[in-house]
Design a binder for this molecule. Structure first.
Ligand code: 13P
Length: 250
């Protein structure tokens, strides 16, 4: 079975509910009619309700950008899987490099969050990727291996069901520098190899691995036509309906 592509918009800390509605008014009919790929929009928490109300009855998914691993508790400022589900989420981004870099996310918290997301029925999009110094020091493979091994720790193939990985080389995020299709494809094969070790060959063969990092309308086609690249996690270019649509249709 060929893997169905997934194109996810990560809006990061952009768009109020009014801005989210304006975006969707600009592209919802075309997005909703697009059936070739799975499409997911990940707005900030405060715009989840607005997006959820507008995409209702379409097959567009909605993702949180982070969550806590506990069901509830005294964790000021945090959001649980149950809260994401109640707000209409189908997906959740975990371990984004900006969370790792600025907010103390570690491989171990990613593992805890991944287990909770899977148990709650959310489709997790786990981000991995090396920073520039690691790439230049020849450490890319070690870093990706470590991030995968620790994220997958003590999760069984039976439980890992909908797991999606996003390879986002940190040096390519928001910089306009995209990994070449070959660099991305090599990283994706390595990640698939780690998934095979953790969950078996059959699981790994159907697991989707997205690429993220300066995906734009003009490079989307070359990236998406790589056999190993099963979709994109798009930041900057997902904020504008025209550029996002152009990527979806590439
Ligand atoms: P850019 O597309 O802005 O480089 O961001 C990528 C990203 O971080 C998506 O999660």
């Amino acid at each position: 079975m060929p893997r169905r592509k997934l194109i996810a918009a990560n809006w990061k800390m952009y768009k109020t509910p009014a801005h989210a509605e304006e975006f969707l008014r600009g592209c919802l009919p075309v997005l909703a009619a697009h059936s070739r790929s799975e499409i997911v929009i990940c707005p900030p928490f405060t715009s989840l309700a607005a997006v959820s109300a507008m995409v209702l009855e379409s097959n567009i998914g909605i993702g949180g950008q982070n969550m806590h691993w506990e069901k509830e508790g005294a964790y000021t400022g945090e959001i649980s899987a149950g809260m994401l589900l109640a707000a209409g989420c189908t997906h959740v981004i975990l371990g984004h490099s900006e969370r790792r870099q600025y907010f103390g996310e570690t491989d171990d918290t990613v593992n805890l969050k991944l287990k909770t997301a899977l148990e709650s029925g959310l489709t997790p999009i786990v981000c991995v990727g090396e920073v520039l110094e690691e790439r230049e020091a020849g450490l890319t493979e070690d870093v990706l291996r470590r991030q995968c091994v620790r994220a997958f720790n003590t999760i069984s193939a039976k439980k890992a069901g909908p797991l999606v990985i996003a390879y986002e080389p940190v040096w390519a995020i928001g910089t306009g520098k995209t990994a070449t299709p070959q660099i991305a494809a090599d990283a994706h094969s390595l990640i698939r190899g780690e998934a095979a070790k953790a969950f078996g060959d059959e699981f790994a063969a159907q697991m989707r691995i997205l690429y993220g990092g300066s995906v734009k309308p003009d490079n989307a086609k070359a990236l998406m036509s790589q056999e190993e690249i099963d979709g994109a996690l798009v930041g900057g270019a997902s904020l504008n309906p025209e550029t996002f649509l152009a990527i979806v249709q590439a």
